[in-house]
Write a protein that binds this ligand. Structure first.
Ligand SMILES: C[S@@+](CC[C@H](N)C(=O)[O-])C[C@H]1O[C@@H](n2cnc3c(N)ncnc32)[C@H](O)[C@@H]1O
Length: 310
């Protein structure tokens, strides 16, 4: 019932995942899964998909779906933007629900809000023609922010209206209704797509290099940063591991942020530089850059590169 990108082709074939072709609806940020159960009851003819970043919520929702006998729902633990871009085929979804998204009320955090211009461009490519996103929120500022971004995209007709009754039965809906807060709702109907297709993130073979020379000690390590629009890489910290080094890297790419362990260790044929075993990131262009950045730092400390594969 849980979808794992490591085991799936990009994008997925919904008919193969669900065992039937049917209209496909996604809920982003499903929390405790109550709304997915409601949807399964209201629309037994739909295939359901949920995305949620919080692992504890995913476990709770999974238990709830099993308890309620919901068989046509699949859950993804991770960022909905990654799911949309990499697992959902172009024009695959009829409906997307966002119920009570995190409002990120501070101005300096507005960039973390989900319903941004970039998101609407991506969403338009994953919604079928005639498909729609339904937003329900208690937060007037976020509502304004999202409706303005949707309209400005030129890709959606934004129609505010009363929230569908089922969106008022989620955990957060009950909490805000108990506090007598007003609830805001709008449907974003797809009217166009931008030229972008947002192809799935490309995966590469394991990047590595063989170097020659004496490894510096971990104390000699200083944070290394490389910024580029397609991927930002920071080598954050290094630890001594016997005669080798372990390095923590943060790799930021659109819709994908990964923390990755790299290593540089003596081997029979020199110094091996690459990904630490058992750390299994998605080997993206950014992860390759992280290995390249580590190699360059080691070169600056006097090592020579004999062979590189990244
Ligand atoms: C305020 S809660 C609302 C939960 C639920 N929809 C409800 O109404 O009870 C927002 C949820 O969205 C999840 N979330 C935030 N950003 C997300 C993202 N980019 N992808 C998937 N889930 C996300 C959070 O972990 C949290 O569970």
């Amino acid at each position: 019932m849980l979808l794992s990108p490591a085991e799936l082709p990009f994008p997925v074939s919904p008919a193969a995942v669900y065992g039937r072709a049917a209209p496909w609806a996604l809920e982003i940020g499903f929390g405790d899964g109550r709304f997915l159960v409601e949807l399964a009851r209201l629309h037994p003819e739909w295939n359901l998909l949920g995305a949620e970043v919080a692992p504890a919520s995913v476990s709770r929702a999974l238990r709830r779906l099993r308890r309620e006998g919901v068989a046509r729902a699949r859950l993804y633990r991770g960022d909905a933007r990654f799911l949309l871009r990499n697992l959902v085929p172009v024009r695959g979804l009829e409906r997307v629900y966002v119920n009570f998204p995190d409002p990120w009320p501070k101005k300096k955090h507005a960039g973390r809000r989900l319903l941004q211009p970039h998101f609407f461009r991506l969403l338009a490519t994953r919604l079928a023609n005639g498909g729609a996103l339904l937003l329900t929120t208690d937060h007037p500022e976020y509502f304004e922010f999202a409706t303005a971004a949707g309209k400005a995209s030129g890709l959606f007709a934004v129609r505010p209206g009363p929230p569908p009754p089922e969106t008022l039965r989620t955990k957060y809906a009950r909490k805000w209704l108990d506090q007598e807060k007003p609830i805001f709702h709008a449907a974003f109907h797809k009217i166009a797509e931008a030229g972008e297709t947002f192809p799935p993130i490309r995966r590469y073979p394991m990047p590595h290099a063989l170097m020659q020379g004496a490894l510096p000690p971990a104390e000699a390590f200083e944070k290394q940063i490389e910024t580029a629009p397609e991927a930002g890489v920071v080598l954050l910290e290094a630890w001594q591991s016997g005669p080798g080094l372990i390095i923590l890297a943060r790799v930021e790419e659109p819709e994908l942020v990964q923390e990755v362990l790299l290593e540089a260790r003596p081997s029979n044929s020199g110094v091996f530089v690459g990904l630490r075993p058992n750390c299994s990131p998605l080997v993206s262009a950014g992860v390759k850059r992280a290995v390249g950045l580590l190699v360059r730092w080691l070169e600056s400390r006097g090592l020579e590169t004999r062979q590189r594969s990244y």
